[in-house]
Design a binder for this molecule. Structure first.
Ligand SMILES: [Zn+2]
Length: 220
């Protein structure tokens, strides 16, 4: 079976809120999004996801996906529901009703590496429970904010009952793997850069280096 290449987008077009430091690098234009989605339509091994629960998920991403008959996973920062610039519970339910998968992106959008157990439980289990209350059905997938995880946070995800954890480790993954890697689409990516990511894996030394990095994260 061919491995999946998973893409991750964040906000689209002009941000309606103050961005976090460095966040502007991951806001893309609707032109970039549409180019990527048109390219993905020809590649069934590519998965699409959107992180953070921005208002542009509903306003821009959903119609762009629907036009192309594509599905995606939307990872919601649960503690930011109702914060201006982000989705509200109604918007999350609308995405779900449109056939999109809703996943959890933690409660407060912080790095999971090194968090104490009680905070990890809030970010994984409490956030999952709160999102399930909004949706009225189970949430089985989680994406760690900033792609930051370690052995303990993966254990917390298992304890919380997630079936898949999504990272930003730029590797391809088997569709049924517990840990699924993704590649971020950045604002600086041009068409060739986007196609390069969609086309697949890192090769040679870069691939070996990245696999080692991922291996270390599991054990430290
Ligand atoms: Zn995020």
């Amino acid at each position: 079976m061919r491995k999946m290449v998973n893409l991750v987008f964040h906000g689209i077009d002009d941000p309606p809120r103050q961005l976090e430091p460095g966040e502007e690098r991951v806001w893309v234009t609707s032109r970039q999004l549409e180019f990527a989605l048109d390219s993905v339509a020809e590649h069934p091994w590519v998965g699409i996801s959107f992180d953070d629960g921005n208002a542009s998920d509903l306003r821009i991403a959903l119609p762009s996906l629907a036009q192309r008959n594509l599905k995606a996973i939307f990872f919601i920062t649960v503690g930011r529901l109702n914060v201006p610039g982000y989705l509200d519970p109604h918007g999350v339910r609308e995405l779900s009703r449109a056939g999109m998968v809703i996943g959890c992106h933690g409660m407060t959008h912080q790095r999971w590496r090194g968090l104490p157990a009680v905070r990890l439980r809030e970010e994984t289990l409490d956030a999952k429970n709160a999102l399930e209350q909004v949706l009225g059905h189970a949430v089985t997938t989680v994406a760690c904010p900033y792609g930051s995880y370690d052995r303990r946070s993966l254990f917390a995800c298992r304890q919380a009952g997630y079936r898949h954890v999504l990272t930003c480790d730029r590797l391809s993954s088997s569709p049924d793997a517990w840990l699924q890697h993704r590649s971020m689409i950045f604002r600086h990516h041009n068409a060739a850069g986007i196609l390069h990511i969609i086309d697949g894996e890192l090769h040679g030394l870069r691939l070996i280096r990245q696999r080692l990095r991922v291996l270390l994260k599991h054990w430290i």
